[in-house]
Design a protein around this ligand. Structure first.
Ligand code: DP6
Length: 322
């Protein structure tokens, strides 16, 4: 039995950083994201009882270092007595480089595994299972704007707004293609245990979420820009003040921020956000995308540019019974 699913990464505008319950992967703060359309991960899960162990290909190459996390994800979806699986994942963007590849990879793996085993799971159930593998993956089970809650005993995501009603665009400036030095999972724990700013980060998050939710509700771009940049810089301040410090930025990251500031000074509707990596995501109104793309492409050190509209939820694209 085999199924293939596609999921798009999502970019948090109000960030998830910190865990309240490590074993269950419950987030310490709520977060709000937008799911993208043009970046994707496609995952095929082939359930093969005769296989002695799971196998994993990432972009055509064996990836033993990522296998344990994928196997654990399959155990959660299918149960520990499940057949072994051959998993193959392909992404059209650099992975493990702060572009939310774990979100799209675990969302697609969860959806493909459930489809391969013909499990009739709801979106909420799939989202919980994906979120147990990687918190941000829970959000990729939804299209458009979504909010991951930090309340209750389970991972809960709710859609805030669909993609047609407020069609934002995202320009991603790739400043470095290598893998990041510290995984988000590990870095979040270091922040929780050592950052002097961690407690204020937790305390202020509800306020940031309220402002962002209202801005999204009213299609208030300036309001969303303001709170998203503030929340992003606050998360990075928590990281920078951790011990050891986690500084994911490089010189080009900073130059891209300056480019965005210059564009804003010229009246362009754009704002930046940065995750646990050196890439800069510039969110803008549809009419500005070409201008933003050109300005970031002309920024010294930028290696590549990807542009994307807002996208749909993770979904099954093929299924086969052997
Ligand atoms: C900075 O979802 O990768 O991108 O649950 O440990 O897998 P785990 O973390 P992950 O963290 C994402 C962190 C972030 C912010 C965000 O996406 O909200």
């Amino acid at each position: 039995m085999q199924a293939t699913a596609v999921a798009q990464p999502n970019i948090a505008l109000i960030k998830y950083w910190g865990k309240r319950d490590l074993p269950r992967n419950l987030p310490a703060v709520g977060s709000i994201s937008i799911t993208l359309s043009d970046l994707y991960t496609e995952v095929a899960v082939d359930l093969m009882p005769e296989l002695p162990a799971d196998t994993l290909l990432v972009n055509g190459t064996e990836a033993p270092s990522m296998l344990a996390r994928i196997s654990a994800c399959l155990d959660r979806v299918l149960g520990a007595q499940r057949p072994r699986a051959a998993v193959s994942s392909t992404s059209n963007f650099p992975i493990a480089a702060g572009l939310a590849s774990s979100a799209s990879a675990f969302a697609a793996t969860t959806v493909a595994a459930a489809a391969a085993a013909k499990l009739p799971l709801t979106t909420a159930e799939l989202s919980r299972l994906a979120g147990a593998a990687s918190g941000s993956a829970a959000r990729s089970l939804f299209g458009g704007f979504a909010e991951l809650s930090n309340a209750g005993d389970t991972i809960e995501v709710r859609p805030l707004r669909d993609i047609e009603s407020w069609p934002l665009e995202v320009v991603v400036a790739i400043t470095e293609t290598g893998s990041k030095s510290t995984s988000s999972t590990k870095a979040m724990e270091i922040s929780r245990l050592t950052s002097p700013f961690y407690d204020s980060w937790l305390q202020q998050q509800e306020h940031d979420l309220d402002i962002a939710r209202a801005a999204i509700e009213q299609c208030d771009f300036a309001g969303l820009a303001n709170i998203a940049e503030h929340n992003c810089l606050k998360m990075h301040s928590v990281m920078w003040a951790s011990r050891p410090p986690m500084v994911y930025w490089n010189t080009t990251t900073m130059r891209c921020l300056q480019t965005v500031r210059r564009l804003q000074g010229e009246g362009c509707n754009v704002f930046f956000t940065i995750d646990a990596g050196p890439q800069v995501k510039a969110v803008c109104l549809p009419g500005e995308v070409e201008r933003v793309r050109r300005a970031l492409a002309d920024t010294a050190g930028v290696q590549a540019i990807m542009t994307s509209s807002l996208g749909q939820a993770a979904r099954v694209v093929a299924r086969r019974d052997d």
